[in-house]
Design a protein around this ligand. Structure first.
Ligand code: AMP
Length: 309
């Protein structure tokens, strides 16, 4: 069987493969655009020598206001902001999901430029994975539960690409969204265990007006699916309220599961209460708890979470 993990996703190949945009029209005075590691590092070394602190915002593109809030946080901290845009094949356990992942480099570039991002690094798959990587990460319990249970290998792929980006960019700070809460835990573990020494920022989830957490995958929801998708946040809110009202977790969970069963078009994968430090489902102090949900809406898998306090 052919190994697809390091192949360039369709649609991405034409736009980025073997094209070096340094000096090309996409490279504007406002934002430098790199597809190659070497020139990016040379440029960042100059910035470092000039005393700038570097802030990294890793993304997979199809940018929305959630991503832009991370760019803004980096800008507010006075960082020289580097955003990376790479749809990382090694973190997709479903090849169909990788193939259909939304891609819009031109719009992303305009959004980043408008937000004052100084550097966009958008390598192709060959630049990031010159050869089939042999490295696999094992996070013990952290990658066997919640997302890890439903997406085997996902967090190993995330850890691999984020480690690569940390080594390539060598940022002082890096910015992530709380929407991917378990992912942030995994990244904190590699930051500590591998001594990257980067200041990590976990930023709040940005939502649509009806509460749906912003996500690039929302673009793939049908009109009906878009309506059904609000079920996730509505149940997070009601479950939190019930817990705060003193209702037991087993009763709250049963009610939530019943709500999902009776919601057309939404298939629940998990709805858990976990300790926000350990992700253990044995929560001794409710104020340190976090509710986490994953559900499938039409062709799209959505995740969300809500801290209790
Ligand atoms: P992605 O492009 O989905 O890999 O996400 C890149 C970064 O943006 C990750 O750190 C995400 O957690 C963060 N992010 C995604 N959606 C949101 C959101 N709705 N609010 C805040 N951050 C987000």
């Amino acid at each position: 069987m052919r190994d697809k993990s390091t192949e360039i996703p369709p649609g991405y190949q034409e736009s980025l493969e073997t094209v070096d945009y340094i000096g090309a029209p996409l490279n504007t005075p406002e934002m430098k655009f790199f597809t190659r590691i070497g020139p990016l590092q040379a440029f960042l070394n100059e910035q470092r020598i000039a005393g700038k602190s570097i802030g990294l915002v890793p993304t997979m593109g199809a940018l929305h206001r959630g991503h832009m809030s991370l760019i803004e946080a980096s800008q507010e901290n006075g960082d020289f902001t580097v955003s990376s845009l790479f749809v990382n094949p090694t973190q997709f356990n479903d090849p169909g999901d990788l193939e259909r992942y939304p891609r819009d480099l031109d719009t992303d570039k305009l959004l980043l430029e408008k937000a004052g991002c100084q550097v966009l690094f958008a390598p192709d798959t060959r630049e990031m994975y010159a050869r089939q990587s042999q490295v696999r990460f094992d996070f013990g319990q952290f990658d066997k539960i919640l997302e890890g249970k439903y997406r085997p290998g996902h967090f190993s792929g995330v850890a691999l690409v984020v480690s690569k980006l940390f080594n390539i960019v060598r940022p002082d700070s890096a910015y992530f969204g709380r929407k991917d809460f378990q992912q942030f835990k995994i990244i904190s573990i590699i930051n500590d265990d591998l001594n990257f020494g980067i200041k990590l920022h976990c930023r709040p989830t940005v939502r649509e007006v009806d509460g749906l957490a912003m996500s690039s995958r929302n673009l793939r929801l049908s009109a009906d699916g878009r309506n059904h998708a609000t079920t996730l946040y509505r149940n997070l809110l009601s479950a939190r309220q019930s817990l705060l009202d003193g209702i037991s977790w087993s009763q709250v969970r049963a009610e939530v599961e019943e709500n999902f069963r009776s919601s057309a078009g939404v298939q629940l994968e998990y709805f858990e209460l976990a300790d926000s430090a350990t992700l253990s489902t044995e929560v001794k102090d409710l104020t340190k708890g976090i509710l986490l949900v994953a559900a499938i809406v039409g062709p799209v898998r959505l995740i969300d979470n809500l801290p209790i306090a």
